[in-house]
Design a binder for this molecule. Structure first.
Ligand code: SF4
Length: 172
């Protein structure tokens, strides 16, 4: 199985979730949010196809980090290979974050995306809205985006936000 990536795996990120993280930049995004920071990741033909096994090997090469983050592009456009990678990371106890332009509620309607969600700890959802752009909103580009506790949300069948980010920033 292969996954289309926008670039090499990035290590030592401190802006894509808590701690020191390894980031998987997926290629392909249907949302086309105005002022997106990564327009080169939108095309579904761009980037490069990489065997999932190679990605997994790369993640575990060297020092193990605090967690991994799926970003892009929209990882939810490739839920099946992302699930394979996420499964292996969970087996090693890594914490998993994922960014998507979709809303959590919409992801529940697709069985492959729902399967991927089961391995994700925290989902940052929603399109980037330039009018709501904020430099102080931790781990998000704009304040409409929600930082969601996926396990609790799947249990309750509705989005449950991660409390520490709500309290600190006073956002909904
Ligand atoms: S969802 Fe993310 S990658 Fe896709 S267009 Fe919006 S900001 Fe860019």
């Amino acid at each position: 199985m292969e996954i289309r990536l926008a670039s090499d795996i990035e290590r030592d990120s401190v802006v894509d979730g808590p701690g020191i993280r390894t980031v998987i930049w997926t290629q392909g995004c249907p949302h086309h949010c105005p002022f997106c920071h990564n327009p080169e990741t939108h095309s579904f033909d761009g980037g490069k196809l990489v065997p999932v096994e190679e990605v997994i090997e790369e993640i575990f090469k060297g020092e193990i980090q605090d967690g991994i983050t799926f970003s892009g592009g929209d990882p939810m456009m490739q839920p099946i290979p992302c699930t394979e990678i996420a499964k292996k990371c969970k087996e090693r106890g890594l914490n998993i974050w994922c960014y998507t332009g979709f809303l959590f509620e919409d992801l529940l309607k697709d069985k492959d995306r729902l399967e991927f969600l089961k391995y994700i700890d925290v989902l940052v959802d929603g399109r980037f809205e330039n009018a709501l752009k904020s430099y102080s909103a931790k781990f998000r580009g704009s304040t409409n985006q929600r930082i969601i506790n996926v396990k609790a949300s799947l249990k309750k069948k509705k989005a449950v936000l991660v409390r520490e980010y709500i309290i600190k920033e006073g956002n909904k």
